[in-house]
Structures are given as structure tokens and as C-alpha cells.
Design a protein around this ligand. Structure first.
Ligand SMILES: *Cc1c(COP(=O)(O)O)cnc(C)c1O
Length: 460
């Protein structure tokens, strides 16, 4: 990597998947039929799919070969043993199943679960277990313009305040997310991870890592934190894990597979209880709802994910798109994060009030303009207050352009940037939305909307 002039990828394309090119009238019809929710668009009508980086990455030839090496024995599949990292590792078919298990086993009704910003499924499982989430991320994380290099950091004062007010026994555990998704893919520093874990441990509070994007976080630590420039990503990742008591993992992100996840813990008794639960909900504790081949692909994906050249290209592509948008004056979350670009929809569409979901409208309008599919991360995703039933309006009202790993080219990034910039120039043509159907849980997935006037989300 030393001396390389660009972020260019350390791989070449071996197989292609054809994409359908649509017309604007086709896209207008498709988004209306999808209730102006990009989640409900059939993917055959999508040109560049930046909905999520979850399970959408391209596997390598080595991973595909690994699929053939899958040991499909019911019990004790050998691929399981390629995965062990913490003292106990229990595969699950994706991240939220690990969250379900840790929440059910470690939260008593009425307890608080502090975390550095909420994540949708994480918070949901904490609430279903009778807990309530408390945000302890630093204030800078809620400010899209703050250039803080580690916006994922926990605010130790907020944690101390919670301990003072509730008492340590009322705190189930601290949920520590690396490269915080909802903050814009923003990392935590090693110094902060260590200080957070020390503080919790001094009070007998366990820390469970949401390791979904821990490798991307390790890359930022290497880039930005003094003392890490000569360490490998694997060493930094290990250092992060060693501070914590366990981890939940969605392998669909950093680990470069289409499905997979795990729960890892150090405590023997907790591991025993988790294994008892996984057989009820997922499958035997040695495969947890995965095929043996999926576990082998995941094990190879983890190895590939910690290669510096890979991560340099991965984050380099995100930064390429981000810089194009910044140069054109598009308001995005700064600094550029790890897994995508987060457009500040409230600043982009100042004429649309929060009650009309500017980020939802912007995502729909972007699709109409160019066939690029993005995702809302704002008021719709935040849902309603558990007690009052009122809409929550988090400070961040964002559209996420999430980049799958090893999938799209630089030209695809150019098309995406051109479309976002064209919309910025015509932002007054974007129309706000209101609900026509609102599901009870994780409403952003299946909600339906209509424009507050007329029948198009992008006029003209
Ligand atoms: C995706 C994600 C999860 C949930 O994982 P799934 O595999 O989608 O169930 C949990 N935490 C974070 C930060 C995520 O991005």
C-alpha cells in the first residue's frame, strides 16, 4: 500500500450482474406503488442500490470456494471452529438474533441500557426485554457539522450521571457500538473505549460490544489516533475486543458475507444460558441458523476484512463520493464516515417540516431522479416514544447513501453524486410525505406514505 496514489481496489471483477436501466416514468410509478418507501421497491427497478451495506457485499473467489468446503454435519460442523475469538462464540443467523439473546439474558425489567447512540434493532430488543435505552454518546455526534475525529465516543460524564442517578445495579450493561451507524459511521477512539470500559468495570457493569463495524473503526483508529499507525487492523481489533466482556456481531457488514452473525462472551455461565437459548430460536449452538458453508464464508470474510488494502479501498471509495458532494455544497455529516455518506436532509430541504419527513421524501426523490436507492435515517426510523406514543424527532434527519463493499465502480459514484447535486439545485421540487400505513415495530421497513400535495414526490 505504501506509495499507492489512490484508493483503487486491490481486486478485479470476475463476474458481472446486469442491471436494468429504467426511465423516469417507470420510476415514478414504482415509487408510488412502493408507498414512497425505498425499502418497498422491487430491486429489479433499482439501478445503483445504496440502501444498505448489510449482506450486499460481493464475496471473493476464496469465499465462494469456501462455500464448497462447508461441512454440513448437523452437530459440531468444523467450520464453527474456524470462528472462535472470545472465550465462547455462538453463531446466529444475523446480528439481531445475538441482540435478542443478550437482551433477554442480561436485562431485567426496569433496567437502563446505556449506549453510544441507539441502533434500531438493538434498542428494540432492549425494550422487548423490559429495559430502556439511554444515550451516552458525546454531544458532537448529534451535530452533523462537528468535525470531531471520534464522534462515536461515549461521554464518561453521562455514564457517571446515570450511575449516580440510578445506581449501578439498575444498569443492565453498556452497549458499545463501534463506527456508530446512526451517527454516520463515526468511530470511537481506543482511548475512549478503554476509559469507558474501565469506568463501567469499576462499578461492576459489563460492556458488550456491537462489533458490526469494528474493523472499519479499527481503520480510523489507525489513521487518526497517535500510536496506532504501525499496528495491523487485526491487532487493533483485538485490542478493542479485549476491553469488553462480549460482543454481538452482524457479519453482513464488515465480514463480507450475505448472511451471518454471532454472539461472543467470556463469561462461562452466560455462555451456557445463551447456548440454551440459541437452540430454541436459531438452531444448534454450533451453527445457530447458519449452514456450515455460511460459517466458512464468514470465517474467510473476517480474515479478508482486516486486510489493510481492502479497508483502504473500502473507505477510500466512501471518501471519494463524500468529497464530490462536499465540493458541490451538499450538506453531509462530517467527517465522512466509514460505510456511507449521510446527507443532512433537514438542511437540504429546509422548506419541508420535520412532521413531513424530509429524509423520507429526499430518498424517494433521489430514486425518481436517477434510480439510486438510499435509506431514510431520521424521524421515520426513530419511531414513537414508548411512553407517550408521540413521534420522536432525533436531531439527525439523514438520508444514508450506504456503499456495499466491493460492488460498485467509481463511475457509479459519479452518477450518484450528479443526481444528489441536481436535486440540491432543484430542492424546492421535492414534496413532503405523510403516513398512509404505519407498522407498530421498526416502522421504517414497511411504512407507506403519500405526498402531502399532488401525487408526486419530485415535481417538474
Ligand atoms: C445491521 C446492524 C445490526 C443488526 O444486524 P442484522 O444482521 O441486520 O440483524 C446491529 N447493529 C448495527 C450497528 C447494525 O448496523
Amino acid at each position: 500500500m505504501t506509495g499507492r496514489r489512490s484508493w483503487a481496489e486491490p481486486w478485479k471483477v470476475k463476474m458481472v450482474e446486469h442491471l436494468r436501466m429504467t426511465t423516469r416514468p417507470e420510476r415514478e410509478q414504482a415509487i408510488a406503488q412502493a408507498g414512497f418507501n425505498t425499502f418497498l421497491l422491487p430491486s429489479e427497478f433499482v439501478y445503483i442500490d445504496l440502501l444498505t451495506d448489510s449482506g450486499t457485499s460481493a464475496m471473493s473467489d476464496r469465499q465462494w470456494a469456501g462455500l464448497m468446503m462447508g461441512d454440513e454435519a448437523y452437530a459440531g460442523s468444523m467450520n464453527y471452529y474456524h470462528l472462535e475469538s472470545y472465550k465462547h462464540l455462538i453463531p446466529t443467523h444475523q446480528g439481531r438474533c445475538a441482540e435478542h439473546i443478550i437482551s433477554q439474558l442480561c436485562i431485567r425489567p426496569g433496567q437502563t441500557v446505556p449506549g453510544n447512540m441507539y441502533f434500531t434493532t438493538t434498542k428494540m430488543h432492549q425494550e422487548l426485554a423490559g429495559g430502556s435505552f439511554a444515550d451516552v454518546i458525546i454531544d458532537e455526534a448529534h451535530d452533523p457539522r462537528s468535525e470531531h475525529p471520534f464522534k462515536g465516543n461515549c461521554d464518561l460524564k453521562k455514564i457517571e450521571k446515570l450511575i449516580r442517578e440510578h445506581g449501578a445495579e439498575k444498569i443492565a450493561y453498556l452497549s458499545l457500538e463501534t463506527n456508530v451507524n446512526m451517527a454516520g459511521g463515526q468511530p470511537c477512539s481506543m482511548e475512549n473505549i478503554r476509559a469507558t470500559c474501565d469506568l463501567c468495570h469499576r462499578h461492576g457493569i459489563k460492556v458488550y460490544l456491537d462489533a458490526t463495524r469494528a474493523v472499519e473503526n479499527a481503520y480510523f483508529i489507525r489513521e487518526r489516533e497517535p500510536g496506532y499507525a504501525n499496528k495491523t487492523l487485526a491487532e487493533i481489533l483485538r485490542e478493542i475486543c479485549d476491553c469488553t466482556d462480549g460482543a454481538t456481531m452482524s457479519a453482513k457488514k464488515d465480514a463480507l458475507v450475505n448472511i451471518g452473525g454471532f454472539l461472543a462472551v467470556n463469561d462461562d455461565e452466560l455462555a451456557e444460558r445463551a447456548r440454551n437459548m440459541v437452540v430454541v430460536y436459531e438452531g444448534l449452538h454450533t451453527y445457530g441458523g447458519l449452514a456450515g458453508r455460511d460459517m466458512e464464508a464468514m470465517a474467510i470474510g473476517i480474515q479478508e476484512s482486516v486486510q489493510l488494502d481492502h479497508m483502504h479501498a473500502r473507505i477510500g471509495q466512501v471518501e471519494y463520493l463524500g468529497h464530490k458532494l462536499i465540493e458541490a455544497g451538499v450538506p453531509i455529516v462530517r467527517p465522512i464516515g466509514g460505510h456511507g455518506i449521510f446527507v443532512d436532509a433537514a438542511a437540504f430541504l429546509p422548506h419541508i417540516p420535520r412532521e413531513e419527513f424530509p429524509a423520507q421524501a429526499l430518498a424517494a426523490a433521489l430514486y425518481v431522479d436517477s434510480g439510486v436507492r438510499a435509506m431514510e435515517r431520521g424521524g421515520v426510523s426513530a419511531g414513537r416514544d414508548k411512553e407517550t406514543g408521540k413521534n420522536l424527532f432525533p436531531k439527525l434527519e439523514l438520508v444514508r447513501l450506504t456503499l456495499p463493499r466491493r460492488v460498485y465502480t467509481q463511475a457509479h459514484m459519479d452518477v450518484t453524486a450528479e443526481s444528489v447535486i441536481a436535486l440540491l439545485e432543484n430542492s424546492r421540487k421535492v414534496v413532503g410525505l405523510r403516513f398512509t400505513y404505519e407498522p407498530k415495530y421498526l416502522r421504517f421497513f414497511q411504512a407507506r406514505f403519500e405526498p402531502v400535495r399532488g401525487n408526486r414526490v419530485l415535481e417538474g
